[in-house]
Design a binder for this molecule. Structure first.
Ligand code: HEC
Length: 208
């Protein structure tokens, strides 16, 4: 009897761990779709230099090649992706936009649930500390004459819709392929970074 109960507990724990893993795959997929749509918007805009457009194009191509795996991991099917790839190849932005929008509708990104809105002093301090230790080296005063530059994250937070910036943070530190693979930060830390970037360096102690 007791054994059974233990077994039932273990089974329930395994199930909820599987459900959590599934939820994380779904969330990453949803965030990736938001980032791809954002990259497409930047690609189409007149504001980007030809060099940056080239970088965005390459990044979209890369994202589309990992999209089937992300879809399958999230329990979805991946048949729509080949049409998206064809659209990118032909630079048929309307078709690519429509395809991404359809996927986004099926896999909505819940930024609000992920990232708290309130910028408490603790959150700002934590965000400042992480930024100083792990991000400032590349993201403050970056060189922008490369295809995919590391932008100043305070400026990017200002010019990017809130949901999209949250998705970009969740998808992670994209400095190189090694770090892009997995985001090592917890939701709490991501929330702190988001609050910090949205609110600027209001904490005088933050420094550089
Ligand atoms: C080794 C240098 C380096 C470090 C350290 C680094 N980044 Fe980056 N980051 C980059 C580069 C280069 C890019 C642009 C490449 C790209 O977008 O694929 C980038 C891109 C990003 C993007 C995506 C921008 C976009 O347009 O989607 C975000 C968000 C970001 N970094 C946040 C961070 C945060 C937060 C940290 C610290 C926790 C961090 N980065 C640390 C170099 C770095």
């Amino acid at each position: 009897m007791r054994r059974l109960r233990v077994l039932a507990f273990a089974a329930a724990a395994a199930c909820s761990a599987a459900a959590a893993a599934q939820g994380e795959h779904e969330r990453r997929l949803a965030a990736e779709l938001v980032v791809m749509a954002g990259d497409l918007r930047r690609l189409q805009s007149d504001a980007e230099t030809p060099q940056h457009r080239e970088g965005l194009h390459a990044r979209l191509a890369g994202a589309l090649s990992s999209l089937p795996l992300m879809l399958r991991r999230a329990g979805a099917e991946a048949s729509a992706v080949s049409a998206l790839r064809a659209a990118l190849e032909k630079r048929d932005w309307r078709a690519l936009r429509a395809g991404l929008d359809a996927l986004k509708k099926r896999h909505p990104f819940e930024a609000g649930a992920l990232l708290p809105r309130e910028a408490t002093p603790e959150r700002l301090r934590l965000g400042a500390a992480i930024h100083r230790q792990a991000c400032a080296g590349c993201h403050e005063a970056p060189a922008t004459d490369t295809p995919l530059p590391a932008f100043n994250l305070f400026e990017q937070a200002k010019r990017t819709p809130r949901e999209e910036f949250a998705a970009r943070l969740l998808i992670g530190v994209r400095g190189d392929r090694g770090t892009a693979w997995r985001n090592p930060f917890s939701d709490l830390e991501l929330g702190a970074l988001l609050a910090y970037y949205r609110n600027g360096k209001t904490d005088g102690a933050a420094g550089k």
